[in-house]
Ligand binder design. Structure first.
Ligand code: C5P
Length: 294
């Protein structure tokens, strides 16, 4: 038997980052949204632990660890059931791009393993395992739109009846999340202990007005990411000149995302950016968290 779980990419609509904690993590106040770019993770029992990764040409599969350090394999180790597994990942989410592709794989593997062995663990147990795997993994389970606090792993769903259209532009070369956080520390040694709250962003979401949401988008990691990769600033300006309401770095980057006023608006931005950028992906959010495919 094989269980396949689909998990979505995320965009941080608001990413408030506070001063680094003693454990090396940063306190966050973030609003996540799951968007329609997906990784599918298929898990079955096997004689040995084996991992395979398939991806479209725009994803460099060399950048995905093919051994036990892969987050999907770490998720199965976390579950510690004593069985060996074949894990097949079909990737669509940019790698090392700030869209939680690795976290999606970890969340998907946890859920697939639970269903494969008919464990039916309660949500709290899966969320606790997810938090041990990484800061964004619990959100990948939950999906939709949600506020994340702590190091990102304390997730509280937010009602969101909007249908928000995005365009994502990944980069050929990934950006290391720890490196971007370290550069944040260098640029902002006096960052407040409490990260910025997403007040206006929550009001904008409730209004369902894209122009208002565009104005409220916020990412404290944008400046360090652009400082490390100045071409991201150029990309954001270009997307906005092609008609996007607002462009921003996604999480720790280097993927940049553009909020558009409608599906048609997003397709026009895709057409414009495609003249200069190889990979330009439309997406809509919010979408569901990790779920079993029939
Ligand atoms: O939790 P995750 O494995 O995704 O974190 C990767 C790295 O990103 C951490 O080792 C840390 O350097 C940085 N990070 C951080 N503060 C957070 C989340 C991640 O400094 N809240």
């Amino acid at each position: 038997m094989t269980i396949t779980v689909r998990a979505a990419a995320k965009i941080n609509l608001h990413l408030g980052v506070g001063r680094v904690r003693d454990d090396g993590f940063h306190p966050l106040d973030t609003v996540y949204q799951a968007v329609s770019l997906y990784d599918d993770v298929a898990v079955s029992v096997a004689d040995a632990d084996v991992l395979s990764v398939e991806a479209p040409p725009y994803i460099d599969v060399e950048g995905v660890p093919a051994d036990g350090t892969n987050i999907a394999m770490r998720a199965l180790a976390e579950a510690a059931c004593g069985e060996r597994h074949l894990v097949q990942i079909g990737k669509q989410i940019p790698v090392a791009g700030g869209m939680a592709g690795g976290s999606a794989d970890g969340a998907a593997a946890l859920l697939a393993h639970d269903r494969l062995h008919d464990l039916r663990q309660p949500d709290d147990a899966l969320l606790a395992q997810a938090a041990r795997l990484g800061s964004d993994v619990p959100f990948s389970l939950v999906g939709g739109t949600a506020r994340g606090r702590g190091r990102g792993e304390v997730v509280e769903p937010i009602e969101d009846h909007g249908s928000w259209w995005w365009v994502a532009v990944p980069s050929d070369v990934g950006l290391s999340t720890p490196a971007v956080y370290r550069h944040f520390d260098e640029l902002f040694p006096d960052a407040p202990e409490q990260p910025a709250e997403p007040r206006e962003l929550l009001a904008a979401l409730a209004s369902r007005e894209p122009v208002r949401l565009a104005r409220a988008l916020h990412n404290d990691l944008q400046e360090p990411a652009i400082d490390l990769r100045p071409e991201l600033g150029t990309l954001i300006e270009r997307g906005e000149s092609e008609g996007a309401l607002r462009g921003l770095v996604s999480g720790s980057g280097p993927t940049c995302v553009f909020l558009c006023d409608s599906q048609e608006g997003a397709m026009a931005v895709v057409a414009g950016l495609s003249e200069s950028y190889d990979v330009v992906l439309p997406a809509v959010g919010p979408v569901a968290g990790a779920h079993v495919l029939p």
